[in-house]
Design a protein around this ligand. Structure first.
Ligand code: BTN
Length: 261
């Protein structure tokens, strides 16, 4: 398929028809001292998701990992993951699919059935299905980011029957295949813009909030310290979810978030 042939990107592109994992390859390249590379594949045979889960990545997706060496403090690293979610959402919208972000970094289609962020229940009943996920890996020293690999997995031109339950694809939502080269070019360009400088990174949270489906909803977040349930009211630097539990506000830094309604 050669989805990356002629791909216009602000990174050098390493394309593979089939590879175990683009994140794995990007990490290897990091070890060799490379920077500003996007590893792109049509199919992955051993890809990984968050929390050590398997990630299903058949031919037809946009599976890519961006390796950079940003000169920023480690505490700002989560902004890169949020930037990738914003970039993916914008690329999906350009491809004609109404995408939104579920905290911290899942890209879902449209509404998932209510909440003040989206008062109209989705008439198709398809809302809330997952289009894309992001896995960030990094290595740093003395509180500075050394290298950072942001891996983005987008179910692009894939029959959702072959995907895990709760997942959908851009082609299924649009009713026809998308131009993956254009999609990847838009995603990479947007990600590069949003992460180009400390000043650009300051714009990531506002952009994320505008595209969020989580804010205003009842959520249940499974964290290492226990379950936090309440209304998601904000996302603050460096990407923490603020949940109003009824007894006060809690900031959640990591966990699995479920939209209750
Ligand atoms: C998630 O669990 O939601 C994150 C999924 C991340 C998958 C992408 S596909 C490209 C890159 N390579 C990998 O092995 N994983 C990420």
């Amino acid at each position: 398929p050669g989805i990356a042939f002629g791909l216009d990107a602000p990174y050098s592109v390493a394309y593979h028809d089939r590879i175990a994992s683009t994140n794995e390859r990007a990490r290897e390249l990091a070890g060799e001292g490379a920077a500003d590379v996007a590893v792109v594949a049509d199919e992955q045979t051993g890809s990984r998701g968050r929390l050590d889960r398997e990630w299903v990545a058949p031919s037809g997706g946009v599976w890519l990992s961006v390796l950079t060496r940003p000169d920023v403090p480690t505490v700002r690293a989560p902004l890169f993951t949020l930037a990738a979610a914003v970039a993916t959402t914008d690329a999906a919208r350009q491809a004609g699919v109404d995408a939104r972000i579920k905290w911290p970094n899942d890209v879902l289609i449209g509404s998932d059935g209510g909440g003040s962020a989206d008062p109209d229940p989705d008439p198709t009943g398809r809302g809330g299905r997952k289009l894309a996920g992001i896995l960030t890996e990094m290595e740093g020293e003395a509180d500075r980011v050394g290298w950072l690999v942001v891996g983005v997995g987008v179910n692009a031109n894939i029959d959702p029957e072959t995907l895990p339950a709760g997942a959908t694809s851009l082609s299924a939502e649009r009713g026809g295949p998308i131009d993956r080269r254009r999609f990847a070019a838009t995603l990479l360009k947007r990600y590069a813009e949003l992460t180009a400088s400390p000043g650009a990174l300051d714009e990531v949270l506002p952009a994320w909030r505008e595209r969020a489906s989580t804010l205003g909803r009842r959520v249940r977040v499974d964290t290492a310290e226990g379950v936090v349930e309440g209304t998601a009211v904000d996302v603050t630097e460096p990407g923490a979810l603020v949940v109003d539990t009824g007894e006060g506000r809690e900031r959640v830094h990591a966990g699995d978030c479920e939209h209750l309604r």
